[in-house]
Design a binder for this molecule. Structure first.
Ligand code: SAM
Ligand code: DTB
Ligand code: SF4
Length: 358
């Protein structure tokens, strides 16, 4: 039997075998222990809600085999240069007015260029002035860039280890695991909170999943936020035909993450569109307490907002929040409008396929 009290304090010295043992415990035992530990630090009826925006889309030089934004694969994605400041602010305002407390911005870069930094810092200050927490994911950083982001008040930096060190080279060859760890060190040293997790369902073994979790758990102190993504299989990427992951395996990883990271937010990140309501409920029970809310993730569909409201209502989550169905209809409409305008304003996008669909 897993003893919940053994997980009440963060540990940084787990071995892969120990994590594998937790991950492989009888399912009910594992979920019960995770739910118990969840209650030690969090209100189990509260789920943190973040909103995600791609501020620079596609044409990324990295070869991450899961990613629709990599320039190496033909995914039909329309690339977009950096969005305008006003467009980003408009989307942040909408996200806030509809219940998001954190605004996460992603750029399809290997790393930010020096010439882009002033703009990025302006965006951080602007979004923060709305009273939102800010999160960015821009790729690898130098020590100096991390300090600049911290100076502008960035709250979180998302940089995922993605998988185990053993499996990593089958997924990405253009940067190393150590590169990722180095950026995470710079982020932490600069005083920015870390959001660091990975992707499940890329063909990795259970041992890889244990080894990945252990790597994240060696970051001291633990990342404040641990996103667990289920691979979104995008046509044209090398992983488009990856075998489906058993939903119970995903829940096991969420529960194990809750046990290893008792004080951190564990986010059910990409892939919720493919998950049943019951599976998501089990993830919440097993300690997931953060989601992305909104029509889109970065470039792919998110789980529908109306569906999320339904799940929240059925489970009695966030009872004091103001997410209503009419709100989300507005939200969806406004998001589409903003996106359409962003396209029309950009000469490169006139006549592009996405405009025709709008
Ligand atoms: N380029 C930056 C980087 O890689 O750090 C930031 C953006 S990148 C899209 C952010 C994260 O999204 C990746 O680390 C990966 O974990 C996740 N991601 C990308 N494509 C995904 C997919 N198809 N399914 C699930 N997660 C994905
Ligand atoms: C994270 O771990 N997942 C988010 C966020 N961090 C930036 C991104 C998910 C991307 C899913 C594929 C897409 O929409 O392009
Ligand atoms: Fe580029 Fe990030 Fe996608 Fe990798 S995950 S291809 S670095 S956008």
């Amino acid at each position: 039997m897993l003893e919940p009290a053994k997980f009440s304090k963060p540990r940084y010295d787990w071995t892969v075998d120990e994590v594998l043992e937790i991950l492989s415990a009888p399912f009910m035992d594992l979920v019960y222990a995770a739910a118990t530990v969840h209650r030690m630090y969090f209100d189990p009826d509260e789920v943190q809600v973040s909103s995600l925006l791609s501020i620079k889309t596609g044409a990324c030089p990295e070869d991450c085999k899961y990613c629709p934004q990599s320039a190496w694969y033909k995914t039909g994605l329309i690339k977009e240069s950096l969005l305008a400041y006003d467009t980003i602010m408009e989307k942040a305002r909408i996200a806030k007015s509809h219940g998001a407390t954190r605004f996460c911005m992603g750029a399809a870069w290997r790393n930010p260029k020096e010439r882009d930094m002033a703009f990025i810092l302006q965006v951080i200050r602007g979004v923060k002035s709305l009273g939102l927490e800010t999160c960015m994911t821009l790729g690898m950083l130098t020590k100096e860039q991390a300090a600049e982001l911290a100076g502008a008040g960035l709250d979180y930096y998302n940089h995922n280890l993605d998988t185990s060190p053993e499996f990593y080279s089958q997924i990405i060859t253009t940067r190393t695991y150590e590169d990722r760890l180095e950026t995470l060190r710079y982020v932490r040293d600069a005083g920015i909170k870390i959001c660091c997790g990975g992707i499940l369902g890329m063909g990795e073994t259970r041992r890889d999943r244990a080894s990945f979790l252990r790597q994240v758990a060696m970051i001291k102190p633990h990342p404040e936020s641990v996103p667990i993504n289920l691979l979104v299989k995008v046509k044209g990427t090398p992983l488009e035909k990856a075998p489906d992951l058993d939903p119970f395996e995903f829940i096991r990883v969420v529960a194990t993450a809750r046990l290893l990271f008792p004080e951190s937010y564990v986010r059910m990140s990409a892939g919720r569109e493919e998950m049943s309501e019951e599976m998501q409920a089990l993830c919440f029970l097993a300690g997931a307490n953060s989601i992305f809310y909104g029509a889109r993730l970065l470039t792919t569909h998110n789980s529908g907002e109306n569906r999320d409201i339904g799940i929240f209502e059925k489970l009695g989550l966030n009872r004091n929040e103001k997410l209503t169905e009419s709100d989300t209809d507005d939200l969806h409409f406004i998001f589409e409008k903003v996106h359409e305008n962003a396209h029309r304003d950009n000469p490169e996008h006139r006549g592009c396929a996405r405009l025709d669909q709008m």
